[in-house]
Design a binder for this molecule. Structure first.
Ligand code: ZN
Ligand code: ZN
Length: 383
């Protein structure tokens, strides 16, 4: 169904894979995408750039008898990972790799766009090539810049993420939350340093931090519904300077994951409680700072997602898998909190996990993904 042949799609993917760029620096990637899009039939296309988000790219396809505007989003950024796949088309940018498979996402989006450039859709469509998914909140940045206004506003939004745990080309989805929400937490404990031999004159923040870290472990096990689950990981701890000086300060950094905004608020509250308790019992000053700049949960719209799942289940060419929520974050959650839509998985079958230096998605997933999505959107626009 795709206008770009499977070989052409794979070549595009390999080109993109060799030029990975970090969030907000996707200059070569964006230029490459523009070049490929310029090769499509331009009759119904309109390309838009954003001055304040120069690596972003929007493409509008004019519908033949529009009832709505359907949005499709792909992220375009890569990760600070040194590639270890040994592939002939490995990253040419030292220390940077498409280790999250966004090269696959972009290629699928180009395949779908190429189809609708040649076969005018019934509805209007917006393709959003989004910078900065891995950090910097590119989706939110674009939204706040007013990019999705007037004829550039989708009424509904779709987007995918590749998934090494699913068979190549399979489509995965679920009602409710697909990706958890994430919030960053920073904790500072302030006491009094002193000589290692005179603990009675000091207020040891290594001991206070240890106590706090242990108490935090009870939040998920004792305060959160076990069916729903949640995660708190404290991944960084700094305290003290040398073995024979009592530390007067400790600093902890971590991340919180939850399936709904309500759950994340509950975890936030319990962290504050634990912080206050430790402050009191150690006569210390404890600040628990939650950075709200994390990612909102990706909460799928019930009506659109039901339609999506039914279409995929009924399509004999699609291997559909009902999936569990992922505890990783995705910044598409922000756009889906503003515009209803559905996020889903595309299976790429690999032993390596996302963000790993050896991730090697199966390329047969690309054409299967293009066909499934083209079919879905055509069906949607006929309704
Ligand atoms: Zn990622
Ligand atoms: Zn990703």
């Amino acid at each position: 169904m795709a206008v770009l042949t499977e070989d052409a799609l794979i070549n595009i993917r390999r080109d993109l894979h060799q030029i990975p760029e970090l969030a907000l620096h996707e200059v070569q990637t964006s230029a490459y995408l523009e070049k490929i899009i310029a090769g499509f039939d331009q009759t119904h296309l309109q390309v838009k750039k954003i001055a304040d988000l120069p690596t972003a790219l929007l493409v509008r396809v004019e519908g033949s008898s529009p009832k709505r505007t359907v949005g499709y989003r792909t992220d375009i950024d890569a990760l600070p990972v040194t590639e270890e796949t040994g592939l002939p088309f490995a990253s040419k940018h030292p220390g940077v790799m498409h280790a999250c498979g966004h090269d696959i996402h972009m290629t699928v989006a180009l395949g779908v766009l190429s189809y609708f450039a040649e076969h005018q859709p019934a509805d209007n469509m917006i393709f959003f090539f989004q910078p900065a998914e891995e950090s910097e909140n590119g989706g939110k940045l674009a939204y706040e810049l007013g990019v999705f206004k007037d004829q550039w506003r989708p009424d509904e939004f779709y987007g995918l993420h590749d998934n090494p745990d699913l068979p190549a080309g399979a489509i995965g989805c679920r009602m409710g939350t697909l990706f958890a929400g994430t919030t960053e937490v920073n904790i500072d404990l302030e006491g009094k340093g002193g000589h290692a031999a005179y603990p009675q004159d000091a207020n040891d923040m290594v001991v206070a931090a240890a106590e706090l870290i242990n108490q935090v472990q009870t939040i998920i096990s004792r305060s959160i519904d076990p069916i729903e689950g949640g995660v708190i990981t404290l991944g960084k701890l700094e305290a003290g300077t040398i073995r024979n000086v009592i530390a007067g300060h400790a600093h902890i950094e971590g991340t919180i994951r939850g399936l709904t905004q309500v759950m994340i608020k509950r975890i936030d509250q319990r962290l504050q409680d634990v912080g206050e308790g430790v402050a009191r019992s150690f006569n210390a000053k404890v600040t628990v700072a939650l950075n709200q700049g994390g990612y909102l949960p990706v909460e799928n719209n019930p009506e659109l997602t039901k339609r999506f799942i039914n279409y995929m289940k009924d399509n004999p060419d699609v291997h559909f898998v009902e999936t569990e929520p992922a505890m990783t974050g995705e910044d598409f959650g922000y756009l889906l909190s503003k515009i209803p839509g559905t996020m889903f998985w595309l299976g790429v079958e690999d032993d390596s996990q996302l963000h790993s230096a050896t991730l090697n998605p199966k390329e047969s997933a690309i054409e299967a993904g293009v066909n499934a999505i083209t079919g879905l959107l055509t069906n949607r626009m006929a309704g």
